[in-house]
Write a protein that binds this ligand. Structure first.
Ligand code: FES
Length: 127
């Protein structure tokens, strides 16, 4: 991994973007890495035409998992649900900028899986 990518990953891990909770999110999804039980929860606020106007995550995980979650939250702000549905693991791996072994791919994937779950699940007014 080149130094710029390593520094970028560490920066997202140490200074995560959009980490926390939203008040009354429209969509919520969680996913767990089955290899280590680390997890990520994604919360989304949408406008009336299906654009993500705010996104936040919480979770526990390694540098790769939390950096990927931070990069993902940064990317999806302002994106349409339709565009976000097209995101793939390869997009996240590309943002990370490194070749990942299968076990590390599971780390990179957990936030994306939480996002995909959130896309299918509307929250009720009770939360
Ligand atoms: Fe648990 Fe990476 S080791 S998410």
């Amino acid at each position: 991994m080149s130094t710029p990518y390593r520094e970028r990953i560490l920066d997202h891990f140490q200074n995560p973007r959009h980490r926390g909770h939203l008040t009354a999110p429209d969509r919520v999804g969680e996913a767990e890495n089955p290899l280590c039980s680390d997890w990520v929860r994604v919360e989304l606020r949408l406008n009336g035409i299906g654009t993500i106007v705010e996104a936040a995550f919480t979770g526990e995980g390694c540098v790769i998992a939390l950096a990927a979650a931070s990069m993902l939250m940064e990317y999806i702000q302002g994106q349409s649900l339709e565009d976000v549905r097209r995101l793939r693991e390869t997009d996240v791996v590309q943002w990370l900028g490194m070749d990942l072994r299968p076990a590390r791919r599971a780390c990179a994937r957990v936030a994306l899986e939480a996002l995909k779950t959130a896309l299918t699940r509307e929250t009720s007014p009770d939360g």
